[in-house]
Design a protein around this ligand. Structure first.
Ligand code: PLP
Length: 498
């Protein structure tokens, strides 16, 4: 299996795609073809533990990795010391015809752990395969969830280090505490005196600075990235679509071959794209329901075929979906265009220069057969949290609740009774304050201290607080570095030279 760029036809191996992250022409790496998994084999996954399910799917794409390497990597990533639920991605019944796929049982309580627990192992192996003996130094700018997930993934992985920049006043208390208390000998956390855009811009500049690259080389290091456009983050996410389907068959909720819909809270389009890849591989997925918050650029795209960033950006209670340019959509465009790199390049140029592009009616109709886009604002989201708690005794985080509200709309509009998996991306305890407001009808949203919020939520819901949240209060702060937004490179080097 080789990998192409969405904007051309450069051809690299899986390990090169993972190590480089982004193709040289600015495109994203995509597999040269989608390996088809026969239905029988897909259903048989239901008899295997999660790490073995993952290995079966990963082997189809990572052809320059040996079986032994993949087995070792998935065992390290998905072991009981990492995921509090042995099923890793457990599927739970919600109501008649609806199941929740819980992807938040990893160390940082968000779905990003599923990919970021595995990526460091794939990165280290990729470096070795390509004769790269220098330390692979990951740089990440984060607005919240990704930073902690990357830190936990790369923590103490030999041959790597991980440095995270976060905006000093731009993350929640829980998110900041999660990061600054991270252990490990190769983790670095630096607060930037600026906002998220400043941190992101600073990281991008370091990636293109030859002066910084030579400073790093002089220290025996090369730079790499762990953001969600890396193919190494996409392929671990394909696994849980197969896993959920196999679980439904194993429980006799469906019979082999029945279609299943997936409803996915979407931001950068990485999670739902993995579902599309699973569908391309032959998994009987009916419709992929793309749920957005008030930043509903994708809803408009699926309705009109036009992607436009000429719009106001809203800060919502589902911050990981607050995004105007969904990077991974480019991989879907590649398939929509019938793998025409020239056309994708044109659309991306239009997006950059004019802020919008249109895929045309014929392609929009093709998309309509697979996707359905919907959105829910903060008010709908809080109401949905309350409704799910009262009706189904299920506690949802705001991101999952966006998807749940959109699923409700979809069923109303389309009268589609296909069994549906609601993909849950974060623990409610990561967003205690808003979840508390949701289940108490806004009454309890005023509790100021994040720990008090979590305790109140536990008392009110009877659903246990994860250990990671409880422990946070007592963990020592290990990272105190701060820097100006124009001095991030120096701050990284200071960490390495300390
Ligand atoms: C990152 C994230 C999302 C969005 O996922 P994408 O792959 O970017 O679409 C949704 N919910 C949570 C909690 C997240 O952390």
């Amino acid at each position: 299996m080789s990998f192409f760029s969405t904007r051309g036809n450069c051809c690299v191996t899986a390990s090169q795609a993972i190590l480089r992250g982004l193709a040289e022409d600015g495109g994203l790496y995509v597999p040269s073809m989608f390996p088809v998994v026969p239905l029988e084999k897909a259903c048989a996954l239901g008899q295997l533990p999660y790490p073995r399910r993952a290995a079966e799917i990963l082997k189809l794409y990572l052809e320059d990795f040996s079986s032994g390497e993949i087995d070792h990597a998935v065992d390290a990533a998905y072991g009981p010391d990492r995921f509090s639920d042995p099923a890793v991605a457990p599927l739970k019944p919600l109501d008649e015809g609806t199941w929740v796929l819980e992807l938040f049982h990893g160390p940082t309580l968000a779905f990003k752990d599923i990919a970021l627990q595995l990526l460091p192992h794939l990165t280290a192996l990729s470096a070795r395969k390509n004769g790269e003996s220098r330390e692979v130094s990951i740089l990440v700018a984060t607005s919240g969830d990704t930073g902690k997930a990357a830190l936990e993934g790369f923590r103490d992985v030999p041959g790597t280090s991980c440095t995270v920049f976060y905006p000093l006043d731009g993350v929640s208390d829980v998110q900041r505490l999660q990061m600054v208390t991270t252990g490990g000998s190769n983790t670095h956390v630096i607060a930037v005196r600026g906002n998220f855009d400043d941190a992101q811009t600073g990281v991008k500049e370091l990636f293109t600075s030859s002066a910084f690259a030579s400073e790093m080389a002089a220290r025996g290091r090369i730079l790499s990235s762990a953001n969600s456009i890396n193919f190494g983050r996409l392929v671990p996410q394909v696994v849980y679509y197969f896993s959920a389907y196999a679980d439904l068959v194993a429980r006799r909720a469906i019979v082999s071959g029945d279609p299943v819909n997936f409803c996915v809270p979407t931001g950068n389009f990485g999670n739902i794209l993995a579902g599309f890849y699973a569908r391309q591989m032959g998994l009987p997925i009916g419709r992929l329901i793309c749920a957005s918050n008030r930043n509903n650029v994708l809803t408009d795209f699926f309705n009109s075929g036009i992607y436009t960033t000429h719009r106001v950006f809203f800060k919502t209670i589902s911050p990981s979906m607050d995004i105007l340019v969904s990077s991974n959509l480019e991989r879907l465009l590649f398939e929509v265009s019938d793998r025409d790199g020239e056309l994708v390049r044109t659309w991306m140029r239009l997006l950059k220069e004019c802020g919008s592009y249109s895929v045309g009616d014929q392609r929009r109709e093709w998309l309509e057969g697979i996707f359905w886009g919907g959105c829910a604002d903060d008010h709908d989201t809080l109401e949905e949290i309350g409704r799910r708690f009262r009706q189904d005794h299920y506690l949802m985080d705001p991101h999952t609740a966006v998807a749940s509200a959109v699923l409700r709309q979809y069923r109303l509009v389309r009268a589609d009774r296909t069994p549906t998996v609601l993909v849950s991306t974060a623990s409610p305890y990561k967003f205690s304050r808003d979840v508390l407001a949701g289940i108490s009808g806004g009454e309890k949203g005023g509790v100021p201290n994040p720990f008090a919020c979590s305790e109140e939520l536990e008392k009110l819901s009877g659903i246990a607080m994860p250990e990671q949240v409880r422990r946070l209060k007592d963990l020592p702060v290990r990272h105190r570095a701060e820097c100006e937004k124009d001095a991030m490179g120096a701050a990284v080097l200071r960490e390495f030279d300390a």
